[in-house]
Design a protein around this ligand. Structure first.
Ligand SMILES: NC(=O)c1ccc[n+]([C@@H]2O[C@H](COP(=O)([O-])OP(=O)(O)OC[C@H]3O[C@@H](n4cnc5c(N)ncnc54)[C@H](O)[C@@H]3O)[C@@H](O)[C@H]2O)c1
Length: 367
C-alpha cells in the first residue's frame, strides 16, 4: 500500500487549502468530506472533486478511510478527534490540539490505547523558512543558541472578522490563537521547553465590532489580550515571547530572532512557509540572506497529515505529533497559570524536537 485514504471533517474556511493540497501528496487520497452543515460539505466536495460528501458518522463508518483530518472549531476538536479514534482512524487536527489540557491528555491516551496516531497543526515548521533556519542553527552558524525573542503584535480581529466574539471569549485570546505557530517554531528550533513565567493583562474590558455585519456591537473581553512571558528551554536558551491583541499603533518588532554565541538569526513569520532567513555573525556589519532550502515555501497545509501517512507507511515517527501539540498546549496554558498564581511553571510534558526534513526529496514526497 503506498497511499492512505483520508476524510476531512469540518468544511469551513481553512478546509479549502487542505482540499487543494491533499491529493498533491503521493501518500494521500482524499476520499470524503463531512460537516455538521451538509450543504457546506457538498459545496466543497464539488469544488475540489472529492468523491463523497456525507455526515461525520458516515465518514467514520467508511472502512477504507484510515486518516481523519479534523478541521472543526477548537471547542469540538476533542469530541470529533475522540470519535474518530474510537472508530479506528488516525487523526490529524487543526490547532490547537484541544481546548483544554484534560481533553488533550484524553486524546493522546485514547490514541495510545487504540494503537493509532494523533497529529496536529501547525505544520508551517515544515516550510523552507523554518527548515532553513534549523539547518543554520545545526551547522553552528550562530554558535550555541542562548536566547530568543518572539513577538506577535496585533490589534485583534473585531475590525475585519465578521464574527469576532470567540477571539475574546474563553479559549480565545492572542496566545491560543497565534501561540501555536510561535511556540511550535521555537520548539522545532530550540527543543523542548522546561520553565515558563508569564504575566497577562487586558487593555479593554469590551471591544466594539467595526466589521460590517455587526458594526457597532459591543462584546465583552473575557480573557487576557496581552500575554507576555519568559521561557527557558531544556538546552538552557531563554526566550521572551509576547502575543498581544493590544497593539493599537502597530509595531516594528520582528517575529522571531535567535541569538547565539557567535551570531544572530532572523527567523521568518512562523505563520508562513517561506522566508526570508537572515543572519549576522559576530563582527559583521551586514545581514546575510540565506537562500531557502528546496522544499515547501508556499502554503502547504496538508503536509502534516501527508507526513503522518508517510511515517505510517515507512515505520518512522511523524513530525507534527500529538506529543508536540500537547507540549505547546501546556505551554500556552502555563503563561496564564503562571500569571494567575504568581509562580514559575515547570513543564510536565516533554516532546522530541521534530526531525529536519531531508533536503533531497522529490516534490510532494516526505521519505
Ligand atoms: N481560518 C483560518 O485562517 C485558520 C488558519 C489556521 C488554522 N485554523 C484552524 O482551523 C480550524 C477551523 O477554522 P475555520 O476558520 O475553518 O473555521 P470555520 O468556522 O470556518 O469552519 C469550521 C467548520 O466545522 C464545522 N463543524 C463545527 N462543529 C462540527 C462538528 N461537531 N462536526 C462536524 N463539523 C463541525 C462547521 O460547520 C464549519 O463548517 C480551527 O481550529 C482554526 O483554529 C484556521
Amino acid at each position: 500500500m503506498d497511499k492512505m485514504k483520508v476524510g476531512i471533517i469540518g468544511c469551513g474556511k481553512i478546509s479549502s487549502i487542505y482540499m487543494e493540497n491533499c491529493n498533491k501528496f503521493g501518500v494521500l487520497e482524499l476520499a470524503a468530506c463531512a460537516d455538521l452543515d451538509l450543504s457546506r460539505a457538498r459545496e466543497q466536495a464539488e469544488k475540489y472533486n472529492i468523491p463523497r460528501a456525507c455526515t461525520t458518522d458516515e465518514l467514520l463508518n467508511d472502512p477504507e478511510i484510515s486518516i481523519v483530518i479534523n478541521l472543526t472549531i477548537p471547542a469540538v476538536h476533542a469530541e470529533v478527534s475522540l470519535k474518530a479514534l474510537e472508530a479506528g482512524k488516525h487523526v490529524y487536527v487543526e490547532k490547537p490540539l484541544t481546548a483544554t489540557l484534560e481533553e488533550g491528555r484524553l486524546v493522546l491516551e485514547t490514541a495510545k490505547r487504540k494503537g493509532l496516531l494523533v497529529g496536529s497543526a501547525p505544520e508551517t515548521f515544515f516550510g523552507s523558512g523554518i527548515q532553513t533556519a534549523l539547518k543554520l542553527i545545526g551547522d553552528g552558524v550562530i554558535g550555541r543558541p542562548v536566547s530568543a525573542t518572539a513577538f506577535m503584535m496585533s490589534r485583534g480581529h473585531e475590525f475585519w472578522h465578521p464574527d469576532p466574539e470567540f477571539y475574546y471569549a474563553q479559549g480565545g485570546g492572542p496566545m491560543f490563537d497565534m501561540g501555536p505557530y510561535y511556540l511550535t517554531a521555537l520548539v522545532q528550533l530550540l527543543g523542548p521547553i522546561q520553565t515558563i513565567a508569564g504575566i497577562t493583562g487586558k487593555a479593554h474590558e469590551q471591544r466594539i465590532i467595526t466589521s460590517e455585519k455587526k458594526y457597532g456591537k459591543a462584546i465583552p473581553v473575557d480573557i487576557p489580550t496581552h500575554v507576555a512571558g519568559t521561557l527557558q528551554f531544556e538546552n538552557g536558551a531563554i526566550a521572551t515571547l509576547i502575543t498581544s491583541f493590544d497593539i493599537f499603533g502597530g509595531s516594528t518588532l520582528p517575529p522571531i530572532e535567535i541569538h547565539g554565541t557567535e551570531g544572530t538569526l532572523l527567523v521568518p513569520d512562523p505563520n508562513t512557509f517561506g522566508g526570508p532567513v537572515k543572519y549576522r555573525k559576530i563582527g559583521e556589519s551586514e545581514w546575510t540572506e540565506q537562500p531557502l532550502l528546496p522544499g515547501y515555501a508556499e502554503n502547504s497545509r496538508g503536509i502534516g497529515p501527508a507526513d503522518m501517512a508517510s511515517a505510517l507507511l515507512h515505520g518512522r515517527p511523524h513530525r507534527a505529533s500529538g506529543e508536540l501539540a500537547y507540549h505547546v498546549l501546556e505551554a500556552m496554558w502555563a503563561f496564564h497559570y503562571s500569571s494567575d498564581s504568581g509562580r514559575y511553571y515547570e513543564m510536565k510534558s516533554r516532546c522530541d524536537q521534530p526531525a529536519a526534513l531531508p533536503v533531497d526529496l522529490e516534490p510532494y514526497t516526505l521519505d
